[in-house]
Ligand binder design. Structure first.
Ligand SMILES: [Zn+2]
Length: 111
């Protein structure tokens, strides 16, 4: 009887083993969550840079076709569906609107 009981005790996990597994799973989960937040932030910054490139390209096209840079607030070129068929984009990082510096360059958005 005592050998059977000892055999059963060997098959079970000790409380320390269960606690160690829970702690390790908690650490792994925290690392995965932190990493996914970092990936999402860098993806949004990449979309912002793509938007800036698109806006500066469309501003250059506006200059070629009208002879002057678009308004700094992009109110003219942003409303023209030939330049922005889906509407003027906003920054995915902070939700702010894009603005030009008067020479076709988007200002701000250093993220
Ligand atoms: Zn931005």
């Amino acid at each position: 009887m005592s050998t059977k009981l000892r055999k059963c005790q060997r098959l079970a996990f000790s409380l320390l083993e269960v606690i160690a597994v829970i702690v390790i799973l908690g650490i792994v989960t925290a690392l995965v969550i932190a990493n996914s937040h970092q990936c999402a932030a860098s993806a949004k910054a990449a979309v912002c840079h793509t938007n800036i490139g698109d806006i500066e390209l469309q501003a250059e096209l506006w200059l070629q076709q009208t002879g002057s840079w678009p308004a700094d607030s992009l109110s003219d070129v942003g409303a023209d569906l030939n330049y922005f068929p889906s509407g003027l984009p906003t920054c995915p990082v902070d939700g702010s609107a894009y603005e030009l510096d008067g020479a076709g360059n988007v200002v701000g958005h250093a993220h």
